[in-house]
Design a protein around this ligand. Sequence first.
Ligand code: HPA
Ligand code: ZN
Length: 330
Amino acid sequence: MKEFIQKLPKAELHLHIEGSLEPELMFKLAKRNNIQLKFKSVQEIKDAYEFDNLQSFLDIYYEGAGVLLKEQDFYDLTWEYLERCKEDNVKHTEIFFDPQTHTDRGISFDVAFNGIHQALKDGESKLGITSHIIMCFLRHLSEEEAFKTLDQAIKHKDKIIGVGLDSSEVGHPPSKFQRVFDKARELGFKTVAHAGEEGPPEYIWEALDLLKVERIDHGVRCLEDDKLVARLQKEEIPLTVCPYSNIKLRVFEKLEDHNLRKLLDKNLVATINADDPAYFGGYLGENFEGTQKALDLTKEELKTLAKNSFKASFISNELKQKYYKEIDSL
Ligand code: HPA
Ligand code: ZN
């Protein structure tokens, strides 16, 4: 199975680039930038990665990102992720980046963006991995701050395919950002949003109706609402599911309890993704392998998941057909 999973061409659609910051690189960048970490060793960092919920993770995740100062740091972060993509046969990736995590620390939008973008360009020319960037607004911050971030993105409009919404979900419903998303769509950005990870099905409805998203990030709580499931089925709205993340953040107690197979059985366009692999214990290949074992997924189901990843992506129809064929031939 491991070999079969490795060979499957895959797209990744839910990956926070800041969440791919490995403890080793965090340590290296802290040293390079003369930053004092509160951890004394890589092992101490790893030991701190025990989370009770989304917020307890986010606190550590924002702190970790504090070592990213220069364009080269963002480049190195992104490059290391792309090298892992190569190992896992990820052909295409649509990564999230959180500008406000950096601009709030005095790092300019452009420094973060240019480092990430340059690495992605090199990823395409040197590793053959195509990519898109999705800029996320931090939902615990204000609408006004989101508008400011959108303004900063305009000059990079041709290099950012869409906008998303992440960070602390409960208490920060999609409706808070309706006007920002209206403006973003007017400017030509696609829209996606995290919803139904810890938040209720109502947040998924809001993401669809108010933010007019083309995909739901996570969305696993949709099964609590039959009408919502019918809507997701009818409109073929993809769900970017992140199994390892859901266990680490205690959305499900154990991988065996995950509802991914139920989502597939309902013919929903579910995909597997890593979310924040450096914090949750696995990249895309490992998420596939672990979930396959825990849920005893068949090769046919794995093929469906791989096809869904391209179907749900923002690549051309022509390219999608090419990947479907490759997957069918395995
Ligand atoms: N949920 C919300 N915000 C995030 C996540 C997540 O899984 N990862 C990074 N920011
Ligand atoms: Zn996420």
